[in-house]
Design a protein around this ligand. Structure first.
Ligand SMILES: [Zn+2]
Ligand SMILES: [Zn+2]
Length: 275
């Protein structure tokens, strides 16, 4: 049993989470967490219903910092942010860490959400990529890779988020050579340019969509392992029930891909755990 238990990818009701920060902390203490990181969605430069507004961001920082002090003798709290390529943020904010993700694809006149519904993603593929899922995937992976390399990034969020609604390959074939080539090409691009970035093994879609395995898929995780890059386990929790959802399965997923250690984000940096 590990003595370190952490999760650096969690949301509260300041963005699209269902619970308050205090509820998340109380539950994390009950579950035996040693560190809990909050990663609220950064304000975005287009209208949406899931990210924080600038005003909410101020309150989020204020409340997390005060809870950090209040709970200091019971659990370590980190105030992070889930940055997105289309963010709008005063650079003066200083967060404990940055989780970098991409949640949308820019079409000619429209922005499509990747992770809101299979219908919207399919519409994007049909309208913008002539029905080619591998072209959409290449576009997505490139956007994410260039963003991660460009910005300060501690953790790379849900690398293959475009597979969220792809249980049993319902939307596209993940064994397609073109798809795999793009996923690995842009993964290598991140690792070549930002070898210190940590990739997350994210169980969020197992909780929300009933997917069998976490992000990223095995062929991607194997490459991460071969290249000796660090990984962390998180659940992208939007409620207390998801806080440590399927962490054991996530560790098994790592082992089956040749990865024998994971890293926990703490105040003093990433701590290694042999699994
Ligand atoms: Zn995300
Ligand atoms: Zn998230």
């Amino acid at each position: 049993m590990s003595i370190i238990k952490t999760n650096c990818h969690t949301h509260t009701n300041y963005c699209d989470g269902k619970c308050t920060a205090r509820e998340m902390i109380e539950s994390a203490i009950e579950k035996g967490f040693t560190t809990l990181g909050f990663s609220g969605h950064v304000p975005m430069n287009f209208p949406n219903e899931w990210a924080m507004t600038g005003e909410k961001l101020d309150k989020y920082c204020e409340i997390i910092c005060s809870l950090k002090k209040e709970y200091a003798d019971r659990i370590e709290i980190l105030c992070g942010i889930e940055l997105d390529a289309d963010y709008e943020l005063d650079k003066a904010y200083s967060f404990d860490y940055i989780l970098s993700s991409v949640h949308q694809i820019h079409g000619k006149d429209k922005i499509y959400a990747i992770d809101l519904s299979p219908e919207e993603l399919t519409e994007c593929v049909n309208e913008e990529f002539g029905g080619s899922w591998s072209s959409m995937a290449d576009y997505y992976f490139r956007s994410l890779a260039e963003f991660v390399v460009r910005e300060k990034t501690d953790v790379v969020g849900h690398y293959d988020l475009i597979t969220k609604f792809n249980k049993d390959f319902a939307l596209f074939d993940e064994t397609d050579e073109e798809y795999k080539k793009s996923a690995l090409k842009w993964l290598d691009y991140i690792i070549d340019n930002k070898p210190e970035a940590v990739f997350e093994i994210n169980t969020g879609a197992m909780f929300r969509c009933g997917n069998d395995t976490p992000y990223p898929a095995s062929f991607i995780l194997k490459r991460i392992g071969e290249r000796g890059v660090r990984v962390t386990v998180s659940s992208d929790a939007h409620c207390t029930d998801a806080l440590d959802f399927m962490f054991d399965k996530a560790k098994e997923h790592c082992k089956s891909c040749g990865i024998d250690r994971i890293y926990h984000l703490t105040r003093d940096g990433f701590k290694e755990e042999k699994i």
